[in-house]
Design a binder for this molecule. Sequence first.
Ligand code: NAD
Length: 252
Amino acid sequence: MEEIERLSQLIIQSKKVIVFTGAGISTESGIPDFRSPGGIWSRYDPEDFTIQKFLSGPAARRTIWRMSVEGGLLTEAEPNLAHHAIAELHQSGKLDCVITQNIDSLHQKAGVPEDKVFELHGNMQRVVCIGCRRRFPMLEVLQRIKGGIEVPDCPDCQGILKPDAVFFGEALPQETLREAIRRAQNCDLFIVIGSTLVIYPAAYIPTYATEAGAKLAIVNLTPTPFDHYAAVVIRGKAGEIMSKVMAEVRLS
Ligand code: NAD
């Protein structure tokens, strides 16, 4: 496939590559995305994930915690070929960082160091206290729920506990966003994998890269509003495509 060759060449010619990922990179690990048929929005009400609803009272929080126990949690998922291809890019010395909309920790599980993963929408493996901002491992809190506490509170200050993922209506972590933008403005290749690029402000980030002169590549099953700015667009499954791309890079 000519596009695979083209993306491999772009990687070979680049020194600082950023990979920007969305829910589509993790569907091959068995985690549904939001918008595809059978995706999360066909099973849950997006309204339940607004911060306003979460803070409205214990009944709303009970719903979210019940969903977390029922397997919204992603702890068993394993990285797929696409996550491994990105980890290989890191080992080759070309990866500047990963900027991700995902909350599943699969980049880190594949071997990308923590300080190279910028999580724009937080992380579902942690829980944060809205009062004192202390963080706890999700598994610890789930144990308490399984032990009979329906709506857990902070063991230190009795504040409201919330999964450390960004809910609708919440601001993105500002420090992470600022650093992601700064990195985007300093890379020479920006590869988007598995994102519809419709959730803002995350979807602005490719623009920071292209305006500063970086080449843009997009690997996604379906079209995105940014396709016409890209030097290469590959329609296909992230795992299949990225493993072929890295096989070409390895040969060079
Ligand atoms: P999205 O659901 O809007 O879009 C996912 C995109 O990936 C779609 O365009 C789809 O065509 C494509 N896709 C699906 N499977 C693919 C595959 N195997 N290979 C290549 N492309 C594939 O997701 P989004 O744009 O990332 O935004 C939704 C938000 O949902 C994110 O901000 C994220 O926070 C959250 N989310 C995260 C996870 C996760 O952590 N794994 C899962 C669901 C949703």
